[in-house]
Design a protein around this ligand. Structure first.
Ligand code: KIV
Length: 313
């Protein structure tokens, strides 16, 4: 965990007035020059109506770019499983993998808050195991951890927060338990499921989470949940009523080219750029156009002649 000027213990939610909102907006103008974000600042963004921006990242250069772009929160998601490790889902991701990716990201982010995702199996068994694994992610460089679910996971949240580690919750579609949820589909679409979602969110807030991811939830329900909580919600497929938004790096930048969920918007065509670059490189190597004169190191004529004489003699 990197040192920050505010501490979790002092994190209080504030409703700020218009003056404070203007002050906050001007403070956001030069994001790159700023100190690392603190939890009280993130909490204050909800009161100020300033949307929180989160992306996933799994490596050092991506995290550096995200931080320089003024992204507020970087989640080293277990979506690394599908996006960089070649697994069919997030379930096989291990603590070793999570810790290694978290460390790479944390080394690159002066401002953004880094959240390490607790992989499946790293927190379900007991409070003690959950705390030990959260500590591992913090030692790797995470400022906070995220874990999926409520109900039996609420004591885990309490235990981790009690150990001094900030926790982000995750409700709605929780991919680690998608089999139990009947597949990768939207959640909270009946009145009773929406009520359950709200009750779970309140219970997690009570247990001490500092923010909550709402994934694949009807927009109207996510807006109600967001309004009911003091902590900020971060939506993914949960509509504009959330206090912030998150997208997966490979989805938003167009590195994933296949079918994506309806909530994904592509802001770049990185896969196309990479493909164009690789095809141009291959074509130039094959034609001899690369390397050209400007890409090679030179040796003086005298030294070269001496070397060639030595070869001959
Ligand atoms: O692992 C992940 O990328 C996530 C986001 C979808 C919130 O949990």
């Amino acid at each position: 965990m990197r040192p920050r000027s505010g501490t979790y213990a002092t994190c209080t939610l504030r409703r700020v007035d218009k003056g404070a909102r203007a002050e906050h907006a001007s403070a956001m103008t030069d994001l790159r020059a700023r100190e690392p974000l603190t939890l009280p600042e993130i909490a204050a963004m909800k009161g100020a109506g300033t949307k929180i921006v989160m992306v996933t990242a799994y490596d050092h250069p991506s995290a550096r770019l995200a931080s320089e772009a003024g992204i507020d929160l970087i989640l080293v998601g277990d979506s690394a499983g599908n996006n960089v490790l070649g697994y069919p889902s997030t379930v096989p991701v291990t603590m070793d993998e999570s810790a290694m990716l978290t460390a790479a990201v944390a080394r690159a982010t002066p401002r953004a808050l880094v959240i390490g995702d607790m992989p499946f199996g790293s927190f379900q068994a007991s409070d003690a195991e959950a705390v030990a694994n959260a500590v591992r992610l913090v030692k790797a460089g995470a400022d906070a951890v995220k874990l999926e679910g409520a109900g039996p996971m609420v004591p885990r949240v309490r235990a981790i927060v009690g150990a001094g580690i900030p926790v982000m919750g995750h409700l709605g579609l929780t991919p680690q338990s998608s089999t139990m949820l009947g597949g990768m589909k939207a959640q909270g679409r009946t009145a009773s499921a929406a009520s359950r979602l709200l009750a779970d969110a309140r219970e997690l807030e009570e247990a001490g989470i500092f923010s909550l991811v709402l994934e694949s939830v009807p927009a109207r329900i996510a807006a109600h949940v967001s309004a009911a909580l003091r902590i900020p919600t971060i939506g993914i497929g949960a509509g504009p009523g959330c206090d912030g938004q998150v997208l997966v790096w490979h989805d938003l930048l167009g590195i994933n080219e296949g079918v994506t969920p309806r909530f994904v918007k592509r802001y770049a065509d990185v896969a196309g750029e990479i493909r164009r670059g690789l095809e141009a490189f291959a074509a130039e190597v094959r034609s001899g156009a690369y390397p050209a004169d400007e890409h090679v190191y030179k040796i003086s004529g005298d030294e070269l002649r001496a070397f060639e004489a030595e070869l001959e003699g």
